[in-house]
Every structure is written in structure tokens, then in C-alpha cells.
Design a protein around this ligand. Sequence first.
Ligand code: NDP
Length: 360
Amino acid sequence: MSVPNNFEGFQAPNAENYLDFQKGSWEPRPFGDHDVDIKIECCGVCASDLHTISGEWGGCPYPLAVGHEVVGKVLRVGSKVTLAKEGDRVGVGAQVYSCLECRQCKNNNENYCQHQIDAYGAKYLDTGFTTQGGYSSHTRIHEYWVYPIPEALSSPDAAPMLCAGITVFSPLKRFGAAPGKKVGIVGIGGLGHYGVLFAKALGAEVWAISRTRSKEADARKMGADGFIATNEEGWAEPHKMTFDLIVNTASSTDGFALKEYLSLLDIHGRWNSVGLPAGEGAAIRNQDFITNGCFIGTSHIGSRSEMLEMLQLAADKGIKSWVEQIPLSKEGLQQAMKNIETSTVRYRTCMVNYDDAFGN
Ligand code: NDP
């Protein structure tokens, strides 16, 4: 199968009509020695896609194809590529480049490199090419950000792990989710459901912390040992100072009582907010967490080594994503974005049937 001269994709046309996806095409950046050309098979839908095209995060270049949870097949590799070969089934996440030379890159922290490039809406400094995401026919990616997908994982199950999964797996690993630790996951959406699955797989006691009880039965099936609904009067009281780590995936701060959530942590426990809501964020005073001296932080996706470890763990432990598949089309993307807006997605959408959208 040959690589076309132009790649095609469903692009958000402008900020006013960001859900009016139009099929567009573009010339990919020049093929480099370390590049891998991939024919995309499916792509998960992240709340970040919506934050981006709606302008909530401050705007993006249009027209733009978003989507950063890609699985596909390698069509061709550059002359110096050693990490992938033609015919492999591979994945690509939210990051597609970093310098690989700085202090952060050399310490397996390339997801914090100052020269990193996102999977969509970012410019390569050398060519000026603006990255286009995974609601597209093909993509061209530096081999370092191309990951082999274990046989045991189906493509629609693996795709959402490449952003949603890794974004919770990284802080769970780094901050010690393990046997004997009590871990809370705030927000049971795409990221949050992986938070429950992976915290359990790492051996921790895991509690789902959601706004209502509507997701309780599902969260318990995912492995949650306990469930807290924050719309209930006095919800924090029985759980004060009992958690070692809480990973917060909430995508909005509307009505978010940060002080109450922090009160759940044990002494020097850790609050890690991976959610990236629009707006100013929550206000916090030192007095709000002086009772437990907890640490407040955030984290950005994960590194290549964490990605490989997560995929292997998922394959070894038979971790099953909760995925709704929708055929890729303008209407399909609109439906997927609406399901995020209304919090009705259970729990990640994966866009599929790419051959119908782009041909063979
Ligand atoms: P989803 O919409 O799938 O899930 C978000 C969940 O947050 C909802 O299901 C809901 O859970 C909860 N939530 C929403 N609003 C509120 C609120 N006002 N108060 C409390 N809880 C709320 O989104 P994703 O999982 O795809 O993404 C989550 C966030 O993570 C987004 O902001 C996204 O941009 C960000 N993100 C960050 C990354 C990083 O590297 N740090 C990488 C990828 C995504 P429930 O109904 O259970 O209350």
C-alpha cells in the first residue's frame, strides 16, 4: 500500500462553527530519516479535542483535524528508523516530538520538554508545518512517539489508552499507587475510568469520586472498592484524612469545592489534577490545606517508557477499556463531541471504520 501525496481529514473549520467538521486535505511535512508513515485505523475522542476547537483554551489554528489517540498500520519507515517496521500495528498519543537532548528528555521526562510538539495545532519549528490529528487518513510521526501495540489489545481498546490511559497511569506510577495505598479518582469519564482500572491493576485500594451515584455500578465493575458522590450533603466528612493520593480528572471547575476534596488526603498526601478546565481555575488559600499539609500538583501525559509499561500491563492483566465505537464521519464526530459535552459518554468514544471514510 503506498503513501498518498496528500493526507485527508475531518477538520474543524473555525471557532464559530467548530462542530461543522469538513473534509480537507494537506501536504504532509517532508519525510525524514526517523519518520514513520501510518495509515490510521481508529482514534479515541478526548475532552481536550473539544477544549481546543471550541476555543476554550484560547484558540487554535483552523482548519484543524483534532484527535490524539491513534492506532494504525505502518506503511513506510525512514532509513534510520529502528523502533517500527512496515506492517506493524502502532499507536500515537498526544505528543509527537521533543528535542531528545535536554535534561528532561534525557531523564525519561520528554513529556515535559520545552520543545515538545502536540499531535495537533502545533508548529514544527524547522518546516513550519502545523500538526493535524487523528481524524485523518494518515499521519507522519517521528519514530520515538510511535508505540507498538501488544497483540492482546484490540485497536479500539488500545487507542484511548494513548492519551486518556497514559495521563492517569503516569501519576499513579510516579506517586506510588500500590498495595497498601488508598487512591481516589475524581471524575469518572475517559481519563477517570482508566484511573480506576489502572489503580486497581497496580494493587491500590481505589475509590471513585463522582458528582452523582449514576456511575456507581459501572465504577464498581471497573474495580472500585468504594464510591463517593459529591452531591450528597457532608460527603467529605466520613473520608477526611484517609487518602494517600487523589488524581483529579474533572474537565470543569463549575461548583468544584477544591477545599473539600483536599480534606480527604492524609498527612502530606498528594493531589494531582490532570484535568485542564477552561477559565481561571480554582482559588486556594494555604489555610485550606494546612490541616494535612498535602501537596498540590499536576502532570502532563506520560513518557515513552511509561507508555510501553502501561500497554504491557494492560495486555498482561487483560485490562478492558470501556469504549463506544462510532464510525468516522462529520455526524459521528458531532455525536462524539456532544456525548462529552453532556457527560453521557460511557466512558470513551473511539472513531472507527476509517476505510469507509477515506477508502482503502
Ligand atoms: P470526560 O468528559 O470524559 O470526563 C471528565 C469527567 O470530569 C466527567 O465525566 C465528570 O465525571 C467530571 N466533571 C466534569 N465537570 C465537573 C465538575 N464541574 N466538577 C466535578 N467533576 C466534573 O473528559 P476526559 O476524561 O477526556 O478529560 C478530562 C480532562 O483531562 C480534560 O480537561 C482534558 O483536557 C484533560 N486532559 C489532560 C491531560 C494532561 O496531560 N494533563 C491529557 C488529556 C486530557 P463525573 O460525572 O464522574 O463527576
